[in-house]
Design a protein around this ligand. Structure first.
Ligand code: UGA
Length: 419
């Protein structure tokens, strides 16, 4: 397999074994496959095309200003494929792309072939990816299903051959229309986002009704029709997928003059939920936080990754800093990303300090805000924490990691989400 990127530096680093992202287990996997000659990196697409029969397009589809997926990178790759195609190839859309994109990819390749005055056969297939960051290798190797949207037998046979090793125990490969496969990707993410937003709404209600949402969560999750996954309330979903894909699906609906009221509510609830911890903080301390010091645990959008895209931590940091507070923040993996991504002016006058240890963040703090449920945060030494913090310490637990009933005896004022 040959991987292509236009970013020369990225390729040079990959050739030296330096990965552009943090993903558990990926460095070892890349290293041994590269060493054994199964994996190569280049910035030349024509070079990669010469030695391949299947071309995966896996470039970014960032949200445009109106929320729709920006297809410029996907279509640029398609045009380049068209400019160099010499023999039959299977072009696979792996990027998350709106319904109808495969048709645009086909048209882009066709127009290049026409410009060159050559006729070469090719198929365009949709093969969306369902892996989660932080569990990418496991999810890819042991997929629940492999969705293939394809129109020709030749393309379907090739995809079956390609994924044969993944479907030996039972056939996990679902073949459907190209548009159906494109839609499946968005609906899977939107359904998961809906579960989360629904539970966040329930948590808000529980807060007002003297109910512990954690008991409600286990109470409903035990019904196998509902299930335990993706019903954890918290301070909103982040990452590069759910926020972007929900917005893009809303946009697609709009293009067909349809108002997707459920999806709009999912999105609106999530925006509000990212401000949830701050609402609790403001209710506790009042609107002016000057002189207050906060510890923040967890900057990544979820545990297991250094990705901070659409992370709830960024919303809370802005709210705290705007209200005059100072913050000492810690994350087990995302510190370098935080240094690059967070506004430089926050670091200048001590409003935000990134510290090297989770307990360092607590020094002289009025309160702790827990935003990402990394393992080291789950069972901390509460005595040590109390000794480091100012008198009357508070914990704002954005991921319901601690038991409210123990918190008072440990000497903390405790706020969870919906309990
Ligand atoms: C998500 C999907 O889970 C993958 O199946 C999909 O392939 C991927 O998007 C994608 O489209 O590429 P990912 O964004 O890596 O994966 O992360 P998730 O584990 O789904 O978490 C997303 C967000 O939801 C996180 O901020 C997490 O904290 C939040 N979440 C998750 C909750 O607030 N509650 C839950 O119960 C579960």
């Amino acid at each position: 397999m040959t991987c292509v990127d236009v970013d020369q530096r990225k390729i040079e680093n990959l050739n030296k074994g330096i990965l552009p992202i943090y993903e558990p287990g990926l460095d070892a996997m890349v290293e041994h496959n590269a060493r054994d000659g199964r994996l190569a990196f280049t910035s030349s697409l024509p070079e990669a095309m010469r030695s391949s029969d299947v071309y995966f397009i896996a470039v970014g589809t960032p949200p445009g200003e109106d929320g729709s997926a920006d297809l410029q990178y996907v279509l640029a790759v398609a045009r380049e494929i068209g400019a160099h195609l010499e023999r039959y190839a299977l072009v696979v859309d792996k990027s998350t792309v709106p319904v109808g994109t495969a048709e645009q990819v086909r048209a882009a390749i066709d127009s290049e072939l026409e410009r060159r005055g050559v006729h070469v056969e090719f198929d365009v297939v949709s093969n969306p990816e369902f892996l989660k960051e932080g569990a990418a290798i496991h999810d890819f190797m042991k997929p629940d299903r492999i969705v293939v949207g394809a129109e020709s037998d030749r393309a379907i046979d090739l995809m079956r051959e390609l994924y044969a090793d993944f479907t030996r125990s039972h056939d996990r490969l679902l073949v459907m229309g190209v548009r159906d496969a494109e839609m499946t990707k968005y609906v899977a993410n939107a359904m998961l986002a809906t579960k989360i937003s629904f539970m966040n709404e329930v948590a808000n209600l529980c807060d007002r009704m003297g109910v512990d949402v954690e008991n409600v969560r286990t109470g409903i999750g035990s019904d196998s029709r509902i299930g335990y996954s993706f019903i954890y309330p918290g301070c909103g979903y982040g990452g590069s997928c759910f926020p972007k894909d929900v917005k893009a699906l809303i946009r697609m609906a709009g293009n067909h003059d349809f108002v997707p009221s459920v999806l709009e509510a999912v999105e609106a609830r999530n925006e509000q939920q990212k401000g949830y911890l701050f609402e609790k903080i403001r209710a506790h301390y009042g609107p002016d936080l000057s002189g207050r010091r906060f510890a923040l645990w967890g900057l990544a959008f979820k545990p297991g990754t250094d990705d901070m895209r659409e992370a709830a931590s960024k919303v809370l940091l802005r709210q705290l800093i705007d209200a005059g507070a100072s913050v000492r923040a810690y994350d087990p993996i995302a510190m370098d990303v935080a240094r690059d991504e967070l506004p430089a002016e926050w670091f200048g006058d001590g409003r935000l300090t990134l510290v090297d240890h989770q307990y360092d963040a607590l020094r002289d703090a009025d309160a702790l805000a827990l935003v990402t449920e990394w393992k080291p945060f789950r069972h901390p030494d509460f005595d040590a924490m109390r000794r480091l913090m100012r008198p009357d310490p508070a914990i704002f637990d954005g991921r319901n990691q601690y038991q409210p009933e123990n918190m008072q005896s440990d000497g903390f004022v405790y706020y969870g989400v919906g309990r």
